[in-house]
Design a protein around this ligand. Structure first.
Ligand code: OTU
Length: 618
């Protein structure tokens, strides 16, 4: 089908007034979209018909986009790097833990504003499976809010209120799998042929065994294997994660078309950023680990092209917990846009390795392996999130004996051998290794185990150090709910049989009102963390050198336990990962932004200290 016919399918459903703008966006993005989809699905006899229908459906969603969101699209099209500013700061939380419901989250907006938050990631809030649902990561309907949390009107009221406060709502978009009680899964179980084709279903073990030969395992203890036997399906279905999370089959164009529309319907309710969950797993290939396949990137680029046409103010964020070298591809290149943001899980994990080893070797290797990015794209930096800290992403950077080295780090954070940390090792098929470590930052940095004021002060310094790295690296930094108040582990999951095997629940506590009330009281750990962190946030806002896209250089003249980053010519971030003071020579005279001290020729960093320096005497 010639491209003007495809284009017309979209334009035809738009009112006259929207057509010139749509024609412009189509001219920019349709050739790419057409090429990508033809590459993925072009060999099917009905490809052109399918594509025409998809364009018609996109037109309907284009026309339905509310005026306030169209205005946002226009504003952001005029300034596509808006989210790279040093004014941007994220906050991530579960709805129920933070505000009970979506309406309750709305009440928390003043607190978010006080913190300086401009981006709020609410963990899954769509209708989820009855019973165990992996913290909402098993979605039953992309068109309904989980009833316990509210309804679509509450969602729209929340996005409107956040928009008014200049806070962008980020929602998970779990596109790799659906719950086993999603309408497609139910229909597949009932024998519907089209619904069965939405999944990877195998009559016997022959294909699953072939795939398993080279697949990894995400939850080897609680959900071993990548396939689940379902009698109603008469065979095995692909389930990378829990058995009730059925992977979607993106080799079927219907899956792509349905999911793209589901995303846009949420965008039309005011979701501004989509956290694309488990993006690495979207395409399966025998003989590989079925992660990071070229087709997974083509799918994401196609999704991006669609967003650029229908809702160009929307951002896509890749959640791909993969080795550093695989990460940049998720942010695309100058001529192939993909996601706008990607988690830098290597940087996050390496920060923790730095603490455990009191050495920045791995951190420096990660930073050296972090390439410059295309314009209007950035990393997401963070200290903790709702998942484990996955160590395996660092295998390349952790040197020759990386497995043993990372296993030592995992043992350190589970409190072994006299360590101050109070975390838990997570999920491994190998008793000598650990997939990851769990625990709140306060537990992993020693605050929870501290017995004296001095120990508490050191632990808080470690927490601020890692947050300082996230805030000065050059990224969109996202705080994890509770860390700003130095909240500790929540052990209550051990009492819940359905969660007891999944120690990620350690870091999913209820927002602590009592600590929140102490946040301005420097005599409390909560207050010290809050005041220390908010001082950094405030300072960051005033320094364009700390914007995500401002230049970054790793300085190699610092002691091995000190990480030294130059941000442009006139700004430096220095971080001491050791328990010993460290001295570092400085060229010329600098001002310490936090203390105001003037430094001439050198600086001595206290244990775990973070310093932001500005050139000259300010
Ligand atoms: C994501 O995570 C989510 O963040 C998890 O909370 C979900 O359980 C999972 O998807 C399924 O939806 O591999 O790259 O090691 O890092 O499960 C995606 C644990 C993932 C997580 C891993 C993960």
């Amino acid at each position: 089908m010639p491209s003007n016919v495809i284009k017309d399918r979209l334009l035809a459903v738009l009112p006259e007034s929207l057509r010139p703008q749509a024609a412009q966006r189509l001219a920019a993005a349709l050739p790419t979209l057409h090429r990508l989809l033809a590459g993925l699905y072009g060999e099917r006899a009905d490809f052109e018909i399918w594509l025409g229908n998809l364009m018609g459906s996109l037109g309907v969603l284009y026309a339905a986009r509310p005026a306030a969101l169209k205005a946002l699209d226009a504003e952001r099209a005029a300034q596509p790097d808006w989210f790279l500013s040093q004014q941007m700061l994220g906050y991530c939380t579960y709805v129920n833990n933070f505000g009970a419901t979506l309406a309750g989250v709305r009440e928390q907006i003043p607190y978010l504003e006080e913190l300086g938050v401009r981006y709020l990631h609410l963990l899954p809030f769509l209708r989820t499976r009855a019973g165990e649902n992996d913290g909402g990561f098993a979605v039953t309907s992309f068109d309904d809010v989980e009833p316990a949390l509210g309804n679509n009107a509450d969602l729209e009221a929340l996005t409107a209120a956040l928009r008014a406060a200049r806070v962008s709502l980020c929602s998970d978009f779990i596109l790799n799998h659906v719950a086993d009680d999603h309408a497609w899964a139910l229909a597949a179980k009932a024998g519907d042929v089209d619904a069965r084709a939405m999944f990877h279903i195998f009559p016997d073990r022959s294909m699953p065994d072939q795939y398993e030969a080279t697949l990894g395992q995400v939850f080897p203890q609680v959900a071993p294997g990548n396939f689940s036997q379902v009698d109603a399906l008469g065979g095995w279905v692909w389930t990378t994660f829990y058995p009730y999370q059925w992977d979607l089959n993106y080799a079927n164009p219907a899956v792509f078309a349905e999911m793209a529309q589901a995303l846009l319907r949420l965008a039309n309710r005011g979701v501004e950023v989509f956290r694309l969950d488990s993006t690495a797993f979207l395409w399966k290939r025998v003989g590989t680990n079925s992660m990071n396949q070229p087709e997974a990137h083509q799918l994401l680029q196609a999704l991006r092209a669609i967003v650029d046409i229908v809702a160009p103010g929307v951002l896509l964020k890749a959640e791909a917990i993969v080795p550093t070298r695989e990460l940049p591809a998720y942010l695309g290149s100058a001529n192939a846009a993909e996601c706008h943001i990607a988690y830098h899980s290597s940087l996050m994990a390496a920060g923790w390795v730095g603490l455990a080893e009191q050495n920045t070797e791995v951190l420096r290797a990660v930073i050296a392996n972090t390439p410059a990015l295309p314009p209007a794209a950035t990393w997401l930096s963070y200290v903790r999130c709702h998942d484990d800290i996955g160590w395996n992403v660092l295998r390349a950077e952790a040197g020759e004996d990386s497995a043993a080295r990372l296993a030592r780090v995992a043992r350190f954070f589970s409190g072994a051998e006299g360590s101050y940390a109070r975390g838990a090792a997570f999920q491994s098929s190998d008793p000598h290794a650990a997939h990851g470590s769990n625990g709140m930052a306060a537990a992993l940095t020693g605050l929870q185990s501290a017995g004296t004021d001095e120990e508490r002060a050191v632990a808080l310094q470690r927490m601020l150090l890692l947050h300082g790295l996230a805030l000065s690296f050059g990224a969109l930094p996202v705080l994890y709910m509770g860390d700003e108040l130095a909240m500790e582990n929540d052990d209550s999951y051990l009492q819940r049989p359905q969660h007891a095997m999944d120690s990620r629940w350690l870091q999913r506590p209820q927002f602590d009102r009592a600590r929140w009330q102490q946040r301005h009281d420097a005599a409390t750990p909560a207050g010290r963390m809050y005041l220390g962190l908010t001082a950094l946030v405030k300072l960051r806002r005033a320094h364009p050198a700390l914007a995500a896209h401002a230049p970054r250089t790793l300085l190699d003249d610092a002691p091995e336990s000190v990480l030294a980053l130059a941000r442009g010519d006139n700004f430096r971030a220095l971080m001491n990962f050791s328990a010993q003071p460290q001295t570092y020579a400085l060229p010329g005279s600098w001002t310490d932004c936090l203390s105001g001290a003037i430094l001439d020729g050198s600086i001595t960093l206290a244990p775990y200290a973070l310093h932001w320096l500005e050139r000259g005497e300010q």
